[in-house]
Write a protein that binds this ligand. Sequence first.
Ligand code: CP
Length: 329
Amino acid sequence: MQHFTSIQDLGPEGVARILNLAEAWKRSSPGKHLADKLLGMVFFNPSLRTRASFEAVMARGGGSAVVLEVGNGVWKLEDRDGVVMDGDRAEHVKEAVPVLSRYVDALAVRTFAEGKDDAADHLDPVMSAFRTYATVPVISMESAREHPCQGLADLLTVQETFQKTKGLPVTLTWAPHVKPLPKAVPNSFLLTAAAAGCHVRVAHPKGFELRPEVRAEAEAFAAATGGSVEYTNDQNAALEGSAVLYAKAWGPATDGPGGEVRQESWMPGAAQMDLLDKDGIFLHCLPTRRNLEVADAILDGPRSRVVDEAENRFHVQRALLHQLIGTKG
Ligand code: CP
C-alpha cells in the first residue's frame, strides 16, 4: 500500500512521472480510469479548490467521493495517545480511521497546522495517525507539514509554461497577511521545485525561516536533480531574472525571535513583476487577499497563472489517484 502525504513519498522520479502523466492527460482524457472507486475525504479545515477538484476527479473518472467535515455532522476526532477523552472529541482516530478504511478505496485528509509550535506541527500528528491506522492509501489534501498536491500543481504550471523545470530559476517570496498562516504551501513549493530540478530562491523577512528539516530535504532533492536552493532577506534580489514569482504569506518561526506579521513593503506589485525574466509568470495557491498579500496589478495582469495553477490541481490529482487506485492503463 502506497500513501501520498509528502513529496518524499514520490521523490524526484515520482514527481516527474506524475507531472508527465498529468500533462499528457490534460491533452487527452483517460476516461473512466477510476470506475467504481470510492474516495473518502476527511476535512478538519475548510477548502474550495481542494474539495471541488478531488470530487471532480472522482466523478469524471467514473468513481465517487464521500465527504466528511469533522465536527460538522461528524464526531470530533481525538488523535492524541493515552488521553482521557473527557472533552468534546467523541471518537479516537484509532477506531475512526480503520472503520473508514473498510468503506472506501483511499482516504484523503485535510488538517492544518496549529501554528503555535513549528516543531510539534512538523511531526504532523493527525496525518501521521491516518497513515498509521488506515488500511487503504492516505492522500494529503494539506497537512501541518506539506500541501503536496498543491506543489505538484505549481510545478505542472511551470512545466507547461516553460516546457521544462530543470535549471529554471524560480522565486518563492513571503508576503504579508492579517494573520500568521501555515507553512505547508511554502514548504511544498520549495520541496517540489527542488525535486523538479529548479534553482529555487526563497525570500522572506528575518524571523520567517522555514523549518531546518524541510530546508535539508529540499537541499537533498536539489543535490539529486542538479537544482539548488538559496535563501535571502532581499526580495528584489531574489526576483531579478527569475522565471516565477510565487507569493505566499506564512507565519513567523515559532522558535525564533518572532517577526512582523504585516509588512506592506513585501506585498508584490507591478514593480516586482518587472524584475522577472521577460517571460516570467506569477503563481499563488489561492485563496489570496487582494491588495494585502498580492496587488490587483498582478492578479489582473497578463502574467498571472493562478487560475491555470488551480485547474492543474485537477490534473495532478487525476494522475495521482490513477497511480494509487486506478482501474485501467
Ligand atoms: N489551494 C488550496 O488548497 O485551496 P483551498 O484551500 O480552497 O482548497
